[in-house]
Design a protein around this ligand. Structure first.
Ligand SMILES: [Zn+2]
Length: 89
């Protein structure tokens, strides 16, 4: 289904930690990106900060959250996934 061409793989470049840029925020969460590329998701309700290595990881998490939100809001049938179907690393 999803085969990533080798050329699309990014080589990890070390960038220094810098000021955080706010990507998005609302009453529940604030998402910022550090100068080093790490994405921080701050959950305002419980004070937890989730660190994601990069934007790809954020996209995976965001997709999962949006899918779950649709199920809750619209009463869609939960999607049954096979373990190992989606590669998160
Ligand atoms: Zn950093």
């Amino acid at each position: 289904m999803s085969s990533t061409p080798p050329a699309a793989r990014k080589t990890k470049k070390k960038r220094p930690c810098g000021p955080h840029v706010e990507l998005s925020s609302n009453a529940a969460a604030r998402i910022t990106r550090c100068g080093c590329g790490t994405v921080h998701v701050h959950f305002l309700g419980n004070g937890i900060t989730m660190r994601l290595p990069d934007g790809d990881a954020l996209r995976h998490v965001a997709n999962a959250l949006m899918a779950a939100s649709r199920v809750v809001d619209l009463g869609d049938e939960p999607v049954v996934t096979t373990p190992g179907d989606d590669t998160i690393n």
